[in-house]
Design a protein around this ligand. Structure first.
Ligand SMILES: [Zn+2]
Length: 146
């Protein structure tokens, strides 16, 4: 299962990100057929088939997370690389907010803080091959992955 000489990626599937009827972005996922490492690309709905927008490769202890924030009138999202417990800064309506992520639990204000309201996180490996509609609260996820 060693991929020291490089991963052997094959296309795994896409995740369409909608705000109601509007397609905002498409996340493309390639997966290494030996170790399962995932490579992601992000493209707008208007550039189909483009390989621009490839995201930086991920390192071993991190996983891909789709973060959704609905605290503004228009929902926003980010694709993040996070460890099982991690912190990151989200900028929404000009305000920087440090958030703490705990895999399988969610997003919190501070290590022992309350759950971040209006924030949602998804492991991209679990919701790929489908779509998410950010206009719903909580966002609606439809995936073929079991
Ligand atoms: Zn690999």
């Amino acid at each position: 299962m060693s991929c020291v000489e490089g991963h052997d990626y094959i296309y795994h599937g896409g995740l369409n990100i909608y705000d109601a009827e509007e397609l905002l972005k498409v996340v493309d996922v390639w997966r290494c057929r030996r170790c399962g490492n995932m490579r992601l690309g992000l493209r707008g709905p208007e550039v189909l088939g483009s390989s621009e927008g490839m995201l930086p490769d991920i390192s071993g202890d991190k996983h891909w997370v789709l973060f959704v924030c609905k605290s503004s009138s228009k929902p926003c999202f980010e694709v993040l690389q996070l460890s099982d417990t991690d912190k990151f800064v989200h900028k929404c309506s000009g305000e920087e907010q440090e958030l703490h992520y705990v895999r399988g639990k969610g997003v919190f204000y501070g290590v022992d803080g309350p759950m971040a309201s209006s924030c949602y996180v998804y492991e991209i490996g679990k919701i790929v091959r489908g779509y998410i509609d950010l206009s719903r609260t909580p966002p609606e996820v439809v995936t073929l992955i079991k």
